[in-house]
Design a protein around this ligand. Structure first.
Ligand code: UT7
Length: 329
């Protein structure tokens, strides 16, 4: 039995927030944001749009490319740190929008590593059980809903967006897109990148709102250093496990958190920047959506060739991180 990525899709809201727009909101500059992060603009959803709407729009595109109808789906997962509600899960809300029968639906929360965690889970389910033939794997975020727009150290970084993959298994499919993977987490660092309130530890209260506890808090410098070390180590482990040398990697698709992190990881892997995909300038950090947005852009632009070894790597709150080597079919 083989497993392949049959379709990809992405969606970002129409509204663009540029660095020049941010200069009018907080004390920052296009120069600072560009040199420190590589971000020029990001897309921001309006008040009425929820994460499930972004996810649904990306899913429609992936399903259309795959030629799969919602009623054929055997599984829907959504990775997100900005679910519509604490429950029901966002995957079930997407299922309702798609009209996709009664297939199992669940959310997976691994922050910016959410998509690669979800690929690992969905792929494992499909490999273990033939009844999961068609899976819709989504990473979707409305990060603008948890950003403190008065905090210049975080508000310039994030954007909204969604990406979806349709995975398909079958006896007629040759080979498996998944070659090797490494997932990891270290909860000891949970407090350097987190959203303090809104869960059972700190339910919403006047104090939590007044204390701005419903917004992303991040120790930027510490996160930066850990991100470079962890992603590099995960990538090296995955390459060693799969017997693939850095020169054989056609593309690295890293989580888009900071252009300097991307460059530092590429340098440590000795993979030239021409083979490292980045679109952070246009979308900012879209957390669990970022790798999927890259993959879809590259796929639609015809940049991915049959047999290409593609190295995915991510890092995020938890802390969580990992890498996956996939082969394009
Ligand atoms: O996606 C999940 C993982 N997330 C990440 O991996 C993000 C990792 N961290 C980063 O990308 C970087 O640490 C940041 C982009 C967040 C910050 O860049 P940095 O080079 O680490 O800057 P910094 O935090 O050390 O701040 C340097 C200076 C400070 O001023 P002083 O103390 O030197 O006077 C900040 O107050 O830059 C100041 N600053 C700003 N200035 C203009 C912080 N934010 C801004 C801003 N505009 N937006």
């Amino acid at each position: 039995m083989g497993i392949r990525i049959k379709g990809t899709g992405m969606f970002v809201p129409e509204k663009v927030l540029t660095n020049a727009d941010l200069e009018k909101m907080v004390e920052t500059s296009d120069e600072w944001i560009t040199t420190r992060t590589g971000i020029k603009e990001r897309h921001i959803a309006d008040k009425q749009t929820a994460t499930s709407d972004l996810a649904y729009a990306a899913a429609l595109k992936a399903l259309e490319m795959a030629g799969v109808s919602p009623s054929e789906l055997d599984l829907i997962t959504v990775a997100s740190v900005t679910p519509d509600k604490l429950f029901p899960n966002t995957a079930a809300l997407v299922q309702r929008k798609l009209g996709a029968c009664t297939c199992p639906c669940f959310d997976l929360e691994a922050a910016c590593s959410g998509l690669i965690y979800s690929i690992e889970v969905a792929h494992s389910m499909m490999a273990a059980n033939k009844k999961y033939k068609k899976a819709l794997v989504i990473g979707a975020e409305k990060l603008s809903s948890i950003v403190d727009w008065t905090d210049r150290s975080t508000c310039v970084l994030f954007g909204d967006g969604a990406a979806a993959l349709v995975l398909e298994s079958g006896d007629e499919i040759e080979g498996d897109f998944y070659v090797a993977g490494k997932l990891a987490a270290d909860g000891n660092y949970g407090d350097i990148l987190h959203l303090p309130a809104g869960g059972s530890a700190m339910p919403a209260s006047h104090e939590s709102v007044d204390g701005k506890c419903h917004f992303i808090k991040m120790g930027g410098q510490e996160t930066f250093k850990l991100a470079v070390t962890a992603m590099t180590a995960a990538c090296k482990e995955v390459l060693a496990d799969s017997g693939i040398a850095p020169e054989q990697v056609a593309w690295v698709i890293p989580h888009q958190a900071n252009r300097r992190i991307i460059s530092a990881v590429a340098a440590r892997l000795t993979i030239p920047e021409e083979r490292v995909y980045a679109n952070i300038d246009r979308y900012g950090n879209t957390s669990s959506a970022s790798i999927g947005i890259c993959l879809d852009e590259m796929n639609r632009a015809g940049m991915l060739k049959h047999g290409d070894c593609i190295l995915l790597t991510a890092f995020g709150g938890g802390l969580t991180w990992g890498a996956q080597l996939i082969r394009w079919q």
